[in-house]
Design a protein around this ligand. Structure first.
Ligand code: KG4
Ligand code: ZN
Length: 345
């Protein structure tokens, strides 16, 4: 590690409530997972076809205390044993973030513990560290319901965003396209499942943007799918959901894979890590592992349970931020548009 000294045997209690999962975890020394309790709200949001912010906040309020208790019990530790409380500061739904932040502040005040604010995307990146220690330099591809980014890291807590989506996040595009073929929320996993059975017959566009750009754009692709379906319906031509899924997924995967590999080559790194809910996608995992093998790039993707939102990843990143001396106080607020680079040390 670079500029800061590491001390051992630190227990972090981590809290994540940025979207539709209430999660609390206890982590030892940034890597040893003692507990990772996740209370998902997906069943509740399903009937609305997406996450309803007010409903999400209400579920976080109802679930947070029991989730903290359960996480401590399953880690077999007490609040008194905890060294610091890490909490997602943003980005995320502001009302949802505030539930986790207020719980963290209440615990910090009652037990006299420091608070560590954590960037949600830094958490997704550090999910990899729970399974395989991060080695640097590396490139990380973050693909979730709220984000699509390429982040270059020369060292721990050294974040440089080299590309990001200009409109929809990739998971958002998956969920919206899924809706058009009547798949339930969240649609990503359903498209992934259908894509394995279909054919790429619809020939959707690949959105590359300017030459050598690492930015992404998915809203045009989403519109192309919607227009195509509209067109087929008007002509009374049968729509094969599997073929829509395969054609859409191929377009997404081809662009993500090409840009991630191109970024690794340009920045001269031979380590690629992938993070976020869409990192569970089988098509993406296969394409990346094939391309990385060909290029001699070492690829790591966390297990699916660590790809989607969870507090363990916040604890893993929080441990390094704690060692670097970052502290929040009782005035800590949630922030939706917070930049990961401001968390660089
Ligand atoms: O990281 P995450 O749990 O939440 C955010 O921070 O956004 O990601 C959730 C997103 C949803 O859009 C969901 O449809 C997508 O990840 N997702 C997938 C798959 N599993 C989850 N998308 C494509 N293929 C999958 N297998
Ligand atoms: Zn996330």
């Amino acid at each position: 590690m670079g500029e800061f000294e590491m001390t051992n045997n630190k227990l972090i209690l981590a809290i994540e409530t940025s979207c539709d999962e209430t999660s609390v975890s206890v982590i030892k020394n940034g890597t040893e997972l003692l507990s990772n309790t996740v209370l998902s709200q997906i069943d509740s949001h399903k009937r609305f076809g997406g996450v309803v912010p007010e409903v999400a906040s209400r579920h976080h309020v109802e679930g947070i205390t029991a989730t903290i208790d359960e996480s401590l019990v399953s880690a077999k530790v007490k609040m008194e044993d905890i060294d610091a409380i890490a909490v997602t500061q943003g980005p995320g739904l502001i009302g949802a973030l505030l539930i986790g932040i207020n719980a963290a502040k209440a615990l910090a005040f009652a037990y006299d513990k420091p608070i560590i604010p954590v960037h949600h995307i830094a958490g997704h990146i550090y999910a990899n560290h729970l399974e395989q220690p991060l080695t640097f330099p590396l490139m990380s591809l973050i693909v979730s319901g709220g984000h699509t980014e390429l982040v270059y890291m020369k060292n721990h807590l050294d974040f440089e965003v080299i590309g990001e989506t200009r409109d929809d996040a990739v998971g958002e595009a998956y969920d919206k396209v899924a809706r058009t073929i009547n798949l339930p929320y969240p649609g990503g996993p359903h498209i992934d499942r259908l894509a394995a059975k279909g054919k790429d017959v619809y020939d959707f566009p690949r959105v590359w943007l300017e030459k050598d750009s690492y930015d992404f754009s998915f809203s045009g692709l989403k519109s192309a799918v919607i227009n195509k379906l509209h067109n087929l319906r008007q002509k009374n031509i049968e729509i094969v959901a599997e073929d829509v899924a395969t054609s859409f997924q191929n377009s997404v995967v081809e662009v993500l894979t090409y840009k991630a590999i191109h970024a690794c080559k340009t920045y001269n790194v031979n380590r690629l890590i992938v993070a976020g809910g869409v990192a569970s996608n089988k098509g993406l995992r296969n394409a990346l592992s094939e391309a990385c093998k060909k290029e001699g790039i070492h690829l790591t993707i966390p297990s699916p349970v660590l790809c989607t939102d969870n507090a363990a990843m916040i604890g893993a990143a929080g441990y390094y931020l704690y060692q670097a001396g970052l502290r929040g106080d009782l005035a800590l607020n949630g922030q939706n548009n917070i930049d990961i680079e401001t968390f660089s040390v």
